[in-house]
Design a protein around this ligand. Structure first.
Ligand code: SAJ
Length: 418
């Protein structure tokens, strides 16, 4: 069986690799020639645990090839980004372009799957009509389905295999045929439903998490006002069997949680005030962190700050929508501060400012701010790290450092600032 995967990003590339590893003949397609050339050499342009080894193996075995143009296949999987417009509506142009790109290669009986996250009704109102216009009956000629990806960056290769998959067919037969594609490689359940239900359930998963994080972030702010330790409150409240307060932090980033809720708001604005307010709360966290840094350094004339971590979460190299970037930019724009920035997972060309080593960042610093819970930071020897600091003070916005009680260090956390 031949599978053509359109889009070789964080989802498409691992997906193509997993099918190739299972023995399928896979063609990965991307508009970026550099990505295609790299892949044909067995190399990759993104960071994900286990992926370099897997890609090298399947490319060497001849099961995965890459090209800038699609070819005929039994199954087409579209995994392209859905960015957001300035007005917070979804930009589904890449999904449209990818659909148009495969149209000349589609034959009767093919399975066409969209994995990209899309606003509710996009399969019925946008994708199906593109096929229809090209003379392909989306309900009878092909098996068209939405199968949202649900993998967690950092655990993609595990979750691609083990997670439950939701397959939303544009017809019940399409759901079954598309479901069979995943049943061949997935050990989790494969559940069939209608396209719009699949679209909505994917969006609600990420919205659920975003709203819950907003609640935790609101608690952090309330705690700062009232002089309560939010982390203790969370620890105790979460002893209740039906309570699971999330972790407050410097904000919500990434291309999923910080974006997907808007796809629901766009389609039902009057009915989604809670979702919209949660977005506002999470978006306000970078300002809250900058304010707290101001308070922690209020006594100093020219505070030197060591800012550690830029990615949107730990142990990945993805800086999309990262609140840490926003915080770094705000600090850099404030002439009161001397700011040094370090992230072991980020390369200079990914960000609009210069990066330093951890040692350079910490040297003579008054405050070290942890914005991301990379393992490198969690494992670091705080004594060694702070020995060259002017004052051994850390602001751990991720509550990720385990600091011994007898340490000379002062550690502030986002949930225990009073
Ligand atoms: N965060 C907090 N507090 C928390 C949990 C997370 O501040 O308690 C922050 C993180 O630091 C990060 C952001 O939220 O900035 C998002 O991180 P995440 O680990 O929650 O999720 P993503 O965006 O990496 O991946 C999510 C996952 N969705 C869910 O867990 C419901 C993943 O399964 C999806 O496949 C992915 O979105 C996606 O592609 O939609």
């Amino acid at each position: 069986k031949k599978i053509c995967v359109i889009g070789l990003g964080y989802i498409g590339l691992p997906t193509a690799s997993v099918f190739a590893k299972a023995g399928y003949d896979v063609l990965g397609v991307d508009v970026n020639k550099r990505v295609v050339d790299l892949l044909n050499k067995g190399e990759i342009h993104i960071e994900e645990i286990g992926l370099p080894e897997m890609v090298r193996e399947v490319v060497a075995a001849g099961n995965l090839k890459a090209s800038v143009t699609p070819e005929k296949a039994d199954v087409f999987i579209i995994a392209v980004p859905t960015p957001i417009h300035e007005d917070y509506t979804a930009n589904v142009d890449y999904v449209k372009d990818a659909t148009k790109a495969i149209v000349p290669f589609i034959e009767k009986g093919n399975v066409v799957i969209v994995e990209s996250t899309i606003p509710p009704r996009t399969m019925d109102d946008v994708v199906a009509p593109i096929l229809a216009e090209a003379g392909i009956d989306p309900y009878n000629d092909v098996y068209l389905a939405h199968c949202p990806e649900r993998v967690l960056p950092g655990r993609i290769l595990i979750e691609l295999i083990e997670n439950t998959r939701i397959v939303g067919g544009i017809t019940p037969e399409a759901a079954t045929k598309a479901g069979d594609v995943y049943r061949a490689v997935v050990t989790g359940d494969v559940i069939e439903t209608e396209a719009v239900t699949a679209e909505m359930s994917k969006l609600m998963e990420n919205t659920f998490r975003d709203v819950n994080i907003a609640l935790a972030n609101e608690l952090a702010k309330i705690s700062a006002r009232l002089g309560v330790n939010a982390h203790h409150v969370i620890e105790l409240a979460n002893k209740h069997p039906r309570v699971n307060i999330h972790l407050p932090g410097p904000g919500v980033g990434g291309h999923c949680l910080a974006v997907d809720p808007y796809f629901i708001i766009e389609k039902a604005q009057a009915e989604s005030p809670l979702i919209a307010e949660s977005r506002r709360i999470n978006n306000s966290m970078p300002d809250f962190v900058v304010e707290q840094i101001g308070r922690l350094t209020a006594e100093l004339k020219n505070p030197v700050l060591a800012v550690c971590g830029l990615t949107y979460k730990g142990n990945i190299d993805d800086v999309r929508e990262s609140p840490a970037i926003e915080i770094a930019e705000k600090l850099l724009a404030d002439s009161r501060y001397d700011v040094r920035i370090h992230d072991p997972h980020v390369r200079d060309e990914q960000v609009p400012f210069k990066l330093t080593t951890l040692e350079e960042a910490a040297k003579d610093a008054h405050l070290l701010v942890i914005l991301v819970d990379h393992t490198e930071f969690k494992l670091m020897d705080e004594g060694k790290l702070t020995e060259n600091m002017k004052t051994p003070v850390i602001f751990d916005t991720r509550n990720c450092l385990k600091v011994a009680d007898d340490t000379k260090l002062t550690v502030h956390r986002i949930g225990d600032l009073t």
